[in-house]
Design a protein around this ligand. Structure first.
Ligand code: C2E
Ligand code: CA
Ligand code: CA
Length: 567
């Protein structure tokens, strides 16, 4: 029986660690009687020599047979020094315990010295080699991503740890890139998961193809890839690599039967301090990647310390806000708007968003609106609010026909080129009558970009929705500009209303606003009405409607349902 121990042309090396010279000779003979061709048997007496031999030449298998030294200790040392090399232990007793202890200490098999024979020895060696191979294959699987066969997150982090260790000793630079596919979700949603998988595989192949053997690219999770480079000389070199990766991703590919071009966002982090925690290294690269995304994607950003110096809670909050929609943490509260002229009194509701933060509790817009606005997150958040509000109002209209819903539009939303298209689709898909929706745009938002605002409002008006100017009185919009806007309602800002009824205060500015509104044919509504005195004055001044704590605070949908008497 001749067992295959080595591939064609490649001699097998068996390292005998044996402290008895005669026994060493005998074991060598036994091995050669089975594998005559090309078998190299080397022999050492001491563990230190064995470690050196393994480091210099490696071995197909180690055969460990010691009488004068503690065999299990040596076994553990060898297995640590060369984890990939199978080891067969020759031991004295034949009790089970020795065998179990041997395997625990790192042996693949063990043999009882008194029962040694050439075939037994050959079988043990072959078995040990085979077992090590399958262990290695399993380990490989556990450390690789099954889809792309790239190293997975665990292996990447392990290699990063190794690179940082080396950098501590040699001072060599370590660079980490964090990469995320732009619009991956959209590809998955529109072309299916098969296309998404294919895209990841194509990218994996491209990335693999452009790396040097010592570099690592890993699939970190989802559509995220990470790269590890050692020995890049400068920031410029790192930037060049990032650029090349970016270009490689930009080559068109066919997805779901279509030619597509995808883009990626890359964060580059050059580790300055090898003592840095692994998690921090990843986080910095990730932060830089987010910057690249925020600047529109299809680019890379190099992490700079200023980012780390940004106030922690704010960037953290920003990260959480990104996920708030997906994680269903946003809520809409509704504040009633009453009409002075209409018999029914209750005219509609204003939708006001809240964020139910898992730790911080219910957060009001003032706590997160500026982040939403600056990052552009207000666009998806606003789309969600509109969808939610439209669904609700349709339910309410079953018991109270004619009730409308108002939703706020920020400056950023108003300048979003997809706004009109999105609203039209929401109306059509939900079968909504456009007149149920009123959009409120703050006076200040109009002033930021008057011409764009004008065009957008005209298009929204075409859709048939009602338009209101919010926070009126806080800005400086001229009556001429107002007269050119296709608007229907003027909402007088809280600050003007709050001055009503105060000692010595006249109602001049409110009165002017009402007059202007009526002159332009608009309905005038007062905001932030808190007292009966304010209410009385507003009525006297000819206001058409009002909103405020005097009537009701914003409430969750259950509150609306009970107000309408439907629950
Ligand atoms: P806004 O559009 O002027 O909304 C009215 C704000 O005044 C609301 O604050 C409301 O709770 C508050 N309020 C209502 N009655 C009274 C009152 O009698 N006295 C006082 N002092 N305040 C009253 P909230 O809900 O905190 O919203 C603040 C702002 O956040 C809103 O101002 C609006 O500009 C923005 N916002 C809220 N939800 C959304 C949204 O879904 N999208 C956009 N783009 N902005 C939103
Ligand atoms: Ca409003
Ligand atoms: Ca307002």
């Amino acid at each position: 029986m001749v067992m295959e121990l080595y591939g064609p042309g490649k001699p097998a090396r068996v390292l005998l660690v044996e402290d008895d010279a005669r026994a060493a000779l005998e074991l060598g003979e036994m091995l050669r009687s089975v594998w005559d061709r090309g078998l190299v048997v080397s022999h050492t007496r001491h563990v230190a020599d064995a470690v050196q031999e393994l480091a210099d030449h490696g071995a197909t298998c180690v055969l460990l047979d010691l009488r004068e030294q503690p065999a299990l200790d040596v076994l553990a040392q060898l297995s640590n020094a060369s984890p990939a090399t199978p080891i067969v232990l020759v031991a004295d007793g034949d009790d089970e315990e020795v065998g179990v202890a041997a395997v625990r200490a790192g042996a693949q098999d063990y043999l009882v010295r008194s029962e040694l024979s050439a075939p037994r020895l050959a079988r043990a060696v072959s078995y040990a080699v085979e077992r090590k191979r399958s262990e290695a294959a399993l380990a490989l699987q556990a450390l690789h991503d099954p889809l792309t066969a790239l190293p997975n997150r665990a292996l990447f982090l392990d290699r990063l740890r190794g690179a940082l260790d080396r950098s501590r000793r040699t001072g060599g630079p370590v660079v980490v890139l964090f990469l995320d596919v732009d619009g991956f979700k959209e590809i998955n949603d529109t072309l299916g998961h098969g296309a998404g998988d294919r895209l990841l595989n194509v990218l994996a192949d491209r990335f693999r193809g452009m790396l040097r053997p010592m570099d690592t690219v890993a699939r970190f999770g989802g559509d995220e890839f990470t790269f590890l480079f050692e020995g890049l000389e400068s920031e410029e070199e790192a930037a060049l690599v990032a650029q090349r990766i970016n270009q490689s991703a930009a080559v068109p590919l066919s997805l779901g039967g279509q030619q597509r071009t995808v883009s990626i966002s890359i964060g580059v982090y050059i580790v300055n301090d090898p003592e840095e925690e692994i998690d921090d290294v990843i986080r910095q690269a990730d932060t830089a990647m987010y910057r690249a995304k925020e600047s529109g994607g299809a680019r890379f950003e190099v992490f700079e310390d200023v980012m780390a110096r940004l106030p922690g809670p704010r960037t953290h909050l920003e990260r959480e806000l990104r996920q708030a929609v997906e994680r269903a943490q946003l809520r809409v509260h509704y504040q009633p708007r009453v009409s002075f002229t209409d018999e029914t009194g209750l005219e509609g509701f204003e939708a006001l968003v809240r964020w139910e933060h898992p730790e911080l509790g219910m957060m009001e817009p003032v706590e997160f609106m500026s982040i939403a606005e600056e990052t552009g997150l207000i666009v998806p958040i606003g789309e969600w609010v509109i969808g939610e509000a439209l669904d609700q109002v349709e339910r309410w209209r079953e018991s109270r026909p004619g009730v409308t819903i108002s939703v706020n539009l920020s400056a950023r939303q108003l300048s979003d080129s997809h706004l009109v298209e999105h609203l039209a689709a929401a109306m059509r898909d939900g079968g909504h009558d456009p007149s149920v929706l009123c959009l409120e745009v703050a006076e200040g938002a109009l002033e930021a970009a008057p011409e764009l605002a004008m065009r957008q409002l005209a298009a929204l008006n075409e859709l048939g929705v009602t338009l209101a100017i919010d926070d009126f009185g806080t800005g400086t919009s001229s009556s001429i500009m107002l007269s050119e806007l296709p608007i229907h309602i003027l909402k007088i800002d809280t600050t003007l209303v709050s001055r009503l009824g105060l000692d010595g205060a006249d109602g001049d500015s409110v009165s002017d606003a009402v007059e202007l509104g009526h002159a332009l044919g608009l309905k005038v509504v007062a905001e932030g009405v808190e007292t009966d005195i304010q209410l009385a004055q507003l009525r006297r001044l000819g206001c058409d409607g009002a909103q405020g704590f005097l009537f009701s605070e914003p409430m969750p949908e259950e509150g609306v349902l009970s107000l309408l008497g439907t629950s």
